[in-house]
Design a binder for this molecule. Sequence first.
Ligand SMILES: NC(=O)c1ccc[n+]([C@@H]2O[C@H](COP(=O)([O-])OP(=O)(O)OC[C@H]3O[C@@H](n4cnc5c(N)ncnc54)[C@H](OP(=O)(O)O)[C@@H]3O)[C@@H](O)[C@H]2O)c1
Length: 288
Amino acid sequence: MSLIAVTGSTGALGGRVARRLADRGLQQRLVVRDVARAPTLDGAEAAVAAGYHDHAGMVAALRGASTLFLVSGRESATRVDEHRTAVDAAAEAGVGHVVYTSFLGAAHDATFTLARHHAATEEHLRASGMRTTFLRNTMYLDFVPFFASADGVIAGPAGDGRAAFVSRDDVADVAAAVLADPAAHDGATYDVTGDERLSLAEAAEVLTEETGRPVTYVDETEEEAYASRAHFGAEPFEVEGWVTSYQALGAGDFDVVTDVVERIAGHAPQRLRDLLRSDRESWAHLRP
Ligand SMILES: NC(=O)c1ccc[n+]([C@@H]2O[C@H](COP(=O)([O-])OP(=O)(O)OC[C@H]3O[C@@H](n4cnc5c(N)ncnc54)[C@H](OP(=O)(O)O)[C@@H]3O)[C@@H](O)[C@H]2O)c1
């Protein structure tokens, strides 16, 4: 049986994908930074690499795998270089097909600055000679409750722009289906979205109805957005990523609905109301 290497299994998306592959009876190797945190799953072995920047470690961990599920790394100022190193390691290890978690609208001039990292990574993958499938996920539905602060305010420069947020469960269902039969998805780029277009004001209304906690949306200016995030003390690239994600939403860049979840995972995508009802922990911070 062919071996699928899976990165990110200690995280939310990769962990969900690894579980789904195990449920399908597929053989996988979990490439992790800390073996003690790798999930224990039938048909899964673990291999350690220090991270995507660790070329030798990644080559050793990926040898023998025919397919790689490459979860984009944590946002960092060096993320593109880390991704390029991981891609080069996969090619050197003899991986045939890489399924990469990209972002909706990945482009070198994307308003959302972190989407530019994905464009550069996709480009490197296309030039690698390996087969590729890109899952261009839109913003996570799971994050929508966390857009609201504990005092019930969603603030950002997004105007009345809309997005069809997609749940990590649905992305994982799509990824598992693709990884189970990668040849059927060779060369494909999928925009992975939900099917309900919501502005942040509309998301605030749903949050209010479902949680009983009044949530409001405040449309910030760019200046206000940078100022209101300054107290986090985050690095400039990260703050720029946060602010430009709202600006991209406002510009309509995420106003895309596809049938990818329905078509590939075989079920309708989750909506915000579904998520809030099925995962009450997702809005624990809003509980009155
Ligand atoms: N679509 C969206 O709205 C959205 C939002 C946020 C992030 N993302 C992107 O989607 C990815 C997956 O989301 P998630 O929710 O599963 O994130 P997550 O829970 O933070 O998990 C990230 C996983 O990637 C691993 N990882 C991160 N950087 C790495 C590196 N440099 N080298 C090797 N492994 C690395 C982490 O390993 P450790 O456990 O060892 O840290 C973890 O297993 C994120 O990493 C991010 O790039 C997308």
